[in-house]
Ligand binder design. Structure first.
Ligand SMILES: [Zn+2]
Ligand SMILES: [Zn+2]
Length: 184
């Protein structure tokens, strides 16, 4: 399996519908061909109303060949075999941008005092998203047992799924300061 498919952002891309993702149109590369990303499963040909999530990128290729005969797809280096590293990097980058931009973040479950995180609840929400615990990064860091805990909030992949209401409070303060400065 390519690295892309193990990436949490890619897994979220697969969980979201085409409408939720608000994807950009498929653009042509320097050869005049449309270039699909590794693991791409939604048709991005301009004006295409097909919102189906194709099972694989190959199924998407077949859809494009059949329904969008004006479009030719780039094939070099993409048939079979493992994708090359730059291709993977590009695909991950794409998925992160588009999955993160359009994913509604989950509300971080907090204790009643509004300070501590309800880790058990958080883990349950992560599992409901179909994601494994510990996350890949916590495994790499040797912090399997800390995954989802506040101690790893800056590195744990699962923390990126959540909006922390405590951050918003800080942002509101910043905004107020900016507004005050504007008025002055
Ligand atoms: Zn299409
Ligand atoms: Zn983690």
């Amino acid at each position: 399996m390519s690295q892309v498919k193990k990436h949490s952002a890619y897994q979220r891309y697969r969980l979201l519908s085409k409408d939720d993702l608000e994807l950009p149109n498929l653009l042509l590369n320097e050869n005049g061909n449309g270039e699909l990303f590794i693991g791409e499963v939604y048709c991005r040909v301009q004006g295409c109303t097909n919102g189906h999530q194709f099972q694989t990128t190959n199924h998407l290729r077949k859809h494009i060949a059949k329904m969008h005969t004006q479009m030719t797809l780039e094939t070099s280096g993409q048939r079979g075999g493992r994708p090359t590293k730059p291709e993977e990097a590009k695909a991950i980058d794409y998925d992160i941008r588009h999955a993160d931009d359009h994913t509604k973040l989950l509300d971080l479950p907090l204790r009643k005092d509004g300070k501590g995180v309800l880790v058990t609840m958080m883990k349950k929400m992560v599992k409901d998203e179909g994601l494994p615990i510990p996350c890949e990064q916590c495994i790499l860091d040797g912090k399997q047992k800390e995954c989802c805990h506040e101690s790893v909030k800056d590195t744990c992949e699962h923390w990126q799924l959540f909006a922390d209401p405590r951050d918003e409070d800080e942002m509101d303060v910043d905004k107020e300061i900016i507004e005050e400065l504007d008025e002055a």
